[in-house]
Design a protein around this ligand. Structure first.
Ligand SMILES: Cc1cc2nc3c(=O)[nH]c(=O)nc-3n(C[C@H](O)[C@H](O)[C@H](O)COP(=O)(O)O)c2cc1C
Length: 202
């Protein structure tokens, strides 16, 4: 397992993870290494997915050339955000996740072969569980003190055809990742719904 600088592990309470944490638009200059992301992934990969299918795949977009290619597929308001973040990560759903089921779900006999002809079912399961894993990843990145800017405003099919060609992966979102900066959010925080609006007890 990859290890992290323990000084990065300060933010672990619900207050830190959710209540005080914003979605930033700007970043500190401190770089985000592959090892930071790998260490967080080593932990959040244990979050539950259906059949333990674990379909989330990550493309860490680092070089200026690759970053420009990604930015070209983003909505106009998101382009500078992708170009300005220390790291941009394409979070993708692997529609060929079933190739790993023999390893990941040995308790489910024949799962790989049952999924193989079911293209629609695979696409649905890959997307649903990648959304779930992306949530784990966002919270995991926050837990080590990183800030995350998720984005879905883009031509996702364009990203697939350009950066994910031949992989069977489908772009679900792009995450800008960096260390917190002062004044990183341009507007006051919007409210959230109260529990009695969100939940019913029967
Ligand atoms: C799935 C998802 C997609 C988002 N897409 C975009 C986007 O395309 N562009 C953008 O500027 N912000 C985007 N956001 C950021 C949200 O608007 C922001 O997280 C939300 O308003 C909460 O802001 P706060 O954390 O500062 O309270 C997205 C967030 C999520 C979780």
């Amino acid at each position: 397992m990859t290890t992290l600088d323990p000084t990065d592990l300060a933010a672990t309470t619900l207050e830190d993870l959710f209540v005080r944490r914003r979605t930033p638009k700007t970043w500190s200059e401190r770089p985000v290494t592959d090892e930071h992301v790998a260490a967080v992934h080593d932990a959040v990969r244990w979050g539950p997915t259906a059949m333990n299918a674990s379909p989330m795949r990550l493309l860490l977009v680092r070089t200026p050339e690759a970053r420009a290619r990604l930015a070209a597929h983003m909505a106009p308001g998101n382009r500078d955000r992708v170009l300005g973040a220390p790291l941009a990560v394409v979070v993708a759903a692997d529609t060929r996740f079933h190739e790993h089921l023999g390893h990941l779900a040995p308790h489910v006999g024949g799962a790989r072969d049952r999924f193989d002809p079911d293209h629609e079912g695979r696409e649905r399961m890959a997307r649903e569980n990648t959304w779930l894993q992306a949530g784990y990843l966002v919270v995991g990145l926050r837990a080590v003190g990183l800030d995350v800017g998720p984005m879905t405003g883009m031509d996702a099919a364009g990203v697939d055809a350009d950066l994910l060609a031949g992989t069977g992966q489908r772009t679900v979102m792009v995450l800008n990742v960096g260390w917190p900066a002062e004044d990183a959010t341009p507007h006051p925080r919007a409210p959230r719904l109260d529990f009695d609006v969100v939940a019913r007890v029967i």
